[in-house]
Design a protein around this ligand. Structure first.
Ligand SMILES: CNc1ncnc2c1ncn2[C@@H]1O[C@H](/C=C/CNC(=O)c2cc(-c3ccc(F)cc3)cc(O)c2O)[C@@H](O)[C@H]1O
Ligand SMILES: [Mg+2]
Length: 214
C-alpha cells in the first residue's frame, strides 16, 4: 500500500540529513515541505521565533503537546543545556514511530522522552510518573480545541510556576480563539503575540507567548 506523508518525510531525512546533526534534519524537513509535500510542522520562519524564545528561557524541564513528526521536538531539544529534559506527548502511534526515528537521526534521544498517549491522560501523571514538579517551558501544537482545556489542566495539576512560559502555535491559522481570549484576559498570564506566517506559505499565522504569573 502507498506510504504515508510522515513516512516519506522520514525517508527524506534519512536520505538528505547527516546522522547526529539536528540542523541538517531541520533543513531536510523544511526542504521536503517546501518542495515536495506540505506538512504541519512549525516550519523555519515560526521555528526561528520558537528558537529565540527557547534560548531566552533556557529551560531545564520542557513539555511539548503534539509531537507529530518531531520537527519542533528537534528544534527545541537541540538548544537545551546538558541535563535538560523534553517530554513530548503524541497519541497517534504511526506519528510517534516516525518521530522516534527523526529524533534518533538528529542524535537527540538522550534529551527527549516521547510518550505515546493523550495529553489529558499524561498531564495529571507528570509528578508521580516522571518526577516532574513544574515545567519551565511548554510548547502547544496539538489539536487546537485542546489548548485551553490542557492549559487549565496543567494549572490544576500544579505544573506551572511563577515564570513558566507557554508558547502556542497557530493562534491565527487554524486559530485558537478560546485559548487566546483566556491567556490575554486572565490576570494569571502576561501574554504577547509574535506575528509570522503559516509554515511554508504566505498566509498569516503567529505564536502567542504567555508567562504564568502564579
Ligand atoms: C488531545 N490530546 C493529544 N494528546 C497527544 N497528541 C495529540 C493530542 N491531540 C493531537 N495530538 C497529536 O498532535 C498532532 C496534531 C496537531 C494538530 N495541528 C494542526 O491541526 C495544525 C494545522 C495546521 C493547518 C493550517 C492551515 C491549513 F490549511 C491546514 C492545516 C497548521 C499547524 O501548524 C497545525 O499544528 C498530531 O500528531 C496528533 O496526533
Ligand atoms: Mg502547528
Amino acid at each position: 500500500t502507498r506510504s504515508t506523508r510522515p513516512q516519506r518525510l522520514l525517508k527524506a531525512v534519512q536520505k538528505h540529513a547527516t546522522r547526529g546533526d539536528p540542523q541538517s534534519v531541520i533543513s531536510a524537513i523544511d526542504h521536503f515541505c517546501r518542495h515536495s509535500e506540505w506538512a504541519m510542522n512549525i516550519g523555519d520562519e515560526k521555528g526561528s521565533i520558537l528558537d529565540s524564545v527557547v534560548s531566552e528561557v533556557n529551560p531545564e524541564k520542557v513539555l511539548e503537546l503534539g509531537t507529530y513528526c518531531g520537527y519542533s521536538t528537534v528544534r527545541i531539544a537541540r538548544l537545551l543545556p546538558p541535563g535538560a529534559r523534553l517530554i513530548t506527548l503524541e497519541f497517534n502511534a504511526d506519528y510517534a514511530a516516525i518521530a522516534r526515528q527523526v529524533i534518533i537521526w538528529a542524535g537527540l534521544e538522550d534529551k527527549v522522552q516521547l510518550v505515546e498517549g493523550a495529553s489529558e491522560d499524561w498531564i495529571p501523571r507528570m509528578k508521580e510518573h516522571f518526577g516532574i514538579e513544574t515545567f519551565d517551558f511548554v510548547f502547544l501544537d496539538h489539536w487546537k480545541d485542546r489548548y485551553l482545556p490542557d492549559t487549565k489542566l496543567m494549572e490544576d495539576c500544579g505544573l506551572l510556576r511563577k515564570g513558566t512560559v507557554l508558547l502556542a502555535d497557530n493562534v491565527i491559522c487554524p486559530g485558537v480563539p478560546d485559548y487566546l481570549a483566556y491567556v490575554r484576559n486572565s490576570l494569571s498570564y502576561k501574554s504577547c503575540y509574535f506575528k509570522s506566517h503559516l509554515e511554508y506559505t504566505k498566509a498569516e499565522d503567529g505564536l502567542e507567548k504567555s508567562v504564568f504569573l502564579g
